[in-house]
Ligand binder design. Sequence first.
Ligand SMILES: NC(=O)c1ccc[n+]([C@@H]2O[C@H](COP(=O)([O-])OP(=O)(O)OC[C@H]3O[C@@H](n4cnc5c(N)ncnc54)[C@H](OP(=O)(O)O)[C@@H]3O)[C@@H](O)[C@H]2O)c1
Length: 269
Amino acid sequence: MKTIGVLGVGDLTEKVIRGLRKGGYSAPIYLSPRNLEKAQNLAKAFDCEVLPDNQAVVDAAQILLLGVRPDSLESLARSVDIGPRQQLVSFIAGASHRQLTQLFGTDRTVRSMLSYAAETNSTTVVLNPPAADVEALFASLGTLVPVEQEEQFELATVAACVNGWFYFLLHDLQRWFTDKGLDPQQARRLILGNLSDCVAYAKEQDDRPFAELGKSIATRGTYTALGLEMLGLHQANAAWSAACEVVLDALVAKSEEDDRSPARTLGGR
Ligand SMILES: NC(=O)c1ccc[n+]([C@@H]2O[C@H](COP(=O)([O-])OP(=O)(O)OC[C@H]3O[C@@H](n4cnc5c(N)ncnc54)[C@H](OP(=O)(O)O)[C@@H]3O)[C@@H](O)[C@H]2O)c1
């Protein structure tokens, strides 16, 4: 097993660490010291080691997980020298391979997108490009989706945003049911239950298009069809497409901006 260093101990990387340990990863995990309380708590609970600075993490680890927010990326890059054999795995939405290579002076970069469900070993793990050592490392976190093209990865980033939006949809539906008299736990169980029924059945019927599965339920004269007609009148699904579109536009604009910016390497203190 390769050793891991985490540069940027935050909400996402915390969940990744929890998932890795639960999934049986037993090699050392080194943590950057910023956000010290969170790092120390993780170290205690999940057998990690908090090192004195970012460079110490880089020097100790074979695979480096980047978990800072996009606006901290440049300052992180300035604080470290990455070795030529080290593998960088970036969770940072919108940070292109080109940008990572410019900032850290290495082309051994893998981009990854996953969700908080990493903590429960049930996330979708997108990787670009496919990389055997990272796939082996993350296999226990959930379902691996390696993609060859960076454009595909940006689309996977949109899908990760959809994951976040689902919670707001669930919230609104729960509120409707509670307004009508269900208690919040009953409403929660009904909504999650029907969603997981849908996911489980669609997975089981993997060769049937989603629309066909839906149409087989929303047949003429059913209550499902009645409500579906109202969703159509409100263009509910079109709103989801529009939200995807605006995120993709922002990601593409960011990538084009990176391509226009002059090449510079910030890696090194
Ligand atoms: N949250 C998600 O669901 C999600 C999903 C997919 C991808 N992502 C990506 O994951 C990244 C992190 O998101 P998050 O929600 O986990 O953010 P977060 O909770 O703010 O974590 C980032 C951590 O990095 C630390 N940090 C900042 N600059 C640093 C530096 N130079 N050296 C070491 N540590 C530094 C921050 O410390 P301070 O607080 O002191 O600045 C913070 O503890 C983002 O780039 C985001 O695009 C997040």
